[in-house]
Write a protein that binds this ligand. Sequence first.
Ligand SMILES: NC(=O)c1ccc[n+]([C@@H]2O[C@H](COP(=O)([O-])OP(=O)(O)OC[C@H]3O[C@@H](n4cnc5c(N)ncnc54)[C@H](O)[C@@H]3O)[C@@H](O)[C@H]2O)c1
Length: 370
Amino acid sequence: MTESKIGIALIGCGGIALANHIPGVTLTNYAKIVALCDANEAALQRASAQTGVTVISTHYKEVIARDDVHGVIIATPNFLHREIALYAISLGKHVMSEKPLGLNLDETVQMARAADAANIRHMTAFTYRFVPAMRYMAHLVGTGFIGTPYHFRAQRLQDWGTRNIGWRQVKALAGSGEIGDMLSHRIDFGHILLGDLSRVVSASKRWHDVRDGAPNDLEDWVALLGDFANGATGVWESSKQVTGFGEGGASRDIAEVNGSEASLIYELGTPNTVRIGRAGAAHGEVVPVPEAFLKHPASPRNVHEGNPVQTFRWDQDAEFVDAILNERACTPSFWDGVRAQTIIDAALDSNDERAWVPVAYPSPAPVRRD
Ligand SMILES: NC(=O)c1ccc[n+]([C@@H]2O[C@H](COP(=O)([O-])OP(=O)(O)OC[C@H]3O[C@@H](n4cnc5c(N)ncnc54)[C@H](O)[C@@H]3O)[C@@H](O)[C@H]2O)c1
């Protein structure tokens, strides 16, 4: 490996690559970005200037095929994830792909099966699993702190008005609107906190057929109800049309679980605290996340430095690199992306059929390694 470091190629050098993956990989001690690709020359030059990486190309195959590239991070629009991942997998490269993993369930299953068959490390960039509050909540739920789980609830409410959101408003490029873009993470929260869903029902609405002069053929609002296999209920809502709520980290982004013994409330804006409501108490108590949960164990990050709403996002790259280094599976893997996409596809079917839809998660096919 180059200078005994894991070489990473970054494919797609737009918003999320600059904010999350470049600083995330740079922070790790064992990997470095060795090549960059973006179809847009200006984006490529900007990323090259930010990283000092001079191996650049507008064609992903040129950078992925390099001998000094061991891992690939895919941060392009959604419609390209499968194509790029399958190419990287065919060359035996490890892959982290942004969410949603593919345009639909068939694509995601194909990606996960190909990755398993090639025995490479594969990861879905479910960034918000790495929020300290979510790490702590998953621990508390897993150790029985909330008692019998009754409800899961998540809201992602933003004010994007009628601005043009590029590929995100084109079904052929994005696959879905709010449900894939925003709720994929929150469906993943439901899975890590309360496990499998057994059935879902969903409704969506598009308010604007045109955004700033460009056609929009995807939903601006979505609601999802679900039954978990353990008997708990789930409710999710996401919208771009919540006027006056702002966007990004400052807008409403909450998730909570309510059980027989306690409720746990997560807000992205305060990622290092959890609000805990105990049985019989009138108000929840804001509890600091214990030190052990403030970062991923493989992350070299100083948890007391920087903006906590931003810095946790770098831990996913530490997980990817550590999994490559230690030849272990990534968490979350492509199969977690498949699980979220199972719910997304079921929700889209439900919206079309105006009915509850049963959930059937695909299983990994057994892989023979002789
Ligand atoms: N995990 C998260 O929290 C999170 C947050 C935002 C976006 N995302 C995901 O990240 C991905 C990218 O989103 P973004 O907001 O950075 O979008 P973006 O539009 O800012 O960036 C995408 C980049 O991909 C480039 N690109 C397009 N076609 C390409 C090709 N053929 N080869 C190489 N590069 C190409 C574009 O030129 C652009 O620079 C999406 O899948 C999105 O859902 C994840």
